[in-house]
Design a binder for this molecule. Structure first.
Ligand SMILES: C[S@@+](CC[C@H](N)C(=O)[O-])C[C@H]1O[C@@H](n2cnc3c(N)ncnc32)[C@H](O)[C@@H]1O
Length: 374
């Protein structure tokens, strides 16, 4: 892309904040937007370089003391005395074994004893990292979490947590803080809203990966974290966030897609889709609506982002193509046309199909390169 620091790199679908982290390591200014409160928290916490490794190790010892002083006397019935509650996720005992849940909640309460927000966030991030792979009765299938039985697994909450946190503290000691003289901004918001971009100005390059049109729900898969870190407390909230995501397809989002026929919101989207939604509708109207809605929202996103872009700005969108109901959805080509239609004078500089997904025929991930006119 031939960009030089301190150019401004923006990621409107930030996820765990990888773009912001890498951009800051290279000395670029960076900004990001993320709609999922948990992923926003992950990104924000990961880019907080002010955490001191020695101080974090000292605070981990204090957490360890509190944990070991409370864990034996605690039960799920008296856990409220520690200032924490059993998460209100549906069927909580399917998600976590009782003994594991009790230990996680004792740990959560010990982490809460940190008086400084940034250290508390650091230790909560460590808990989030081990929560699903090590403590929760699930495994990640092709697109979503599946329950599995962990009754006979050896699950040791404190040693697992401590080991992971010490690795994170080790990583902190390795950071070259001198190189990090820029602080990225991670905004909590919806990248299809003009208001989200109000304070994001002078973007020289967008490097991003929006969700793919494959019905993967980032909300569905982060529910254990969202509930455990008290970011939501009822299913309605999760489905409301999913509705705001691009490609969200869970709860309310799905029931809305099931109503009527969704049309392209602009001739640009109509031309870009080139009839693919109509072909899908012959066998499945809900999926046709899903695809139309997905590209409508990408179009609205590009329009909302446009005022933040400097003239000559470069765009790189990583997207995935999909087969839906026997129709090939070439997301890369469609997005290219949407960018050209939404930004007058923009040009597509290339579609770099860089790998096949799921070893499926024609299932590519592509970088769509574009340029805003000078
Ligand atoms: C493919 S992931 C990005 C992964 C990221 N590059 C990383 O390395 O972690 C897409 C992200 O877009 C977010 N997202 C979906 N719809 C959004 C919207 N309307 N506004 C902002 N973020 C959104 C999702 O929550 C998800 O984190």
């Amino acid at each position: 892309m031939n960009l030089a620091p301190p150019s401004h790199i923006h990621d409107p679908f930030s996820g765990a904040g990888t773009t912001a982290i890498e951009a800051s390591f290279e000395g670029f200014q960076a900004s990001c937007v993320e709609v999922n409160p948990f992923l926003h928290f992950v990104g924000k916490t990961c880019i907080d370089w002010s955490i001191d490794a020695t101080e974090a190790a000292r605070q981990l010892d204090a957490i360890s003391q509190i944990y070991s002083n409370t864990v034996d006397g605690a039960t799920l019935d008296n856990i409220a005395e520690l200032g924490v509650e059993v998460p209100k996720i549906h069927n909580v005992h399917r998600w976590w074994r009782n003994d594991v849940l009790k230990d996680i909640l004792v740990l959560k309460s010990a982490i809460r004893s940190c008086s400084e927000d940034r250290y508390r966030s650091f230790f909560e991030l460590a808990l989030a990292a081990v929560l699903v792979p090590d403590f929760t009765n699930v495994t990640l299938g092709k697109l979503q979490l599946h329950f599995i039985n962990k009754d006979n697994h050896e699950i040791n909450v404190w040693p697992t947590y401590e080991c992971h946190t010490l690795k994170m503290i080790g990583d902190l000691s390795d950071i070259n803080r001198q190189a990090l003289n820029v602080s990225p901004r991670i905004v909590f918001g919806d990248s299809t809203q003009v208001s989200t971009f109000r304070d994001i100005i002078g973007v020289d390059a967008v490097i991003t990966s929006p969700p793919y049109p494959n019905r993967y729900s980032y909300i569905w898969n982060t529910r254990p974290h969202l509930y455990m870190l008290d970011m939501i407390s009822e299913a309605k909230e999760a489905s409301q966030i999913d509705r705001r995501t691009i490609g969200g397809t869970w709860g309310t989002a799905t029931s809305e897609l099931g109503k009527g026929v969704f049309a392209p919101i602009d001739p640009v989207v109509e031309r870009a889709l080139d009839g693919v939604h109509g072909n899908i509708a012959k066998s499945d109207q809900l999926m046709a609506n899903y695809v139309t809605h997905y590209f409508n929202r990408l179009f609205i996103h590009i329009q909302a982002l446009r005022p933040s872009l400097n003239s000559g700005a470069r765009l790189a969108y990583v997207v995935g193509n999909s087969w839906i109901k026997g129709e090939y959805v070439a997301t890369d080509v469609i997005l290219g046309k949407i960018i050209e239609g939404a930004i007058p004078g923009a040009s597509i500089e290339g579609l770099h199909r860089f790998r096949r997904r799921n070893s499926g025929k024609d299932l590519f991930e592509t970088i769509v390169y574009a340029r805003v006119p000078i």
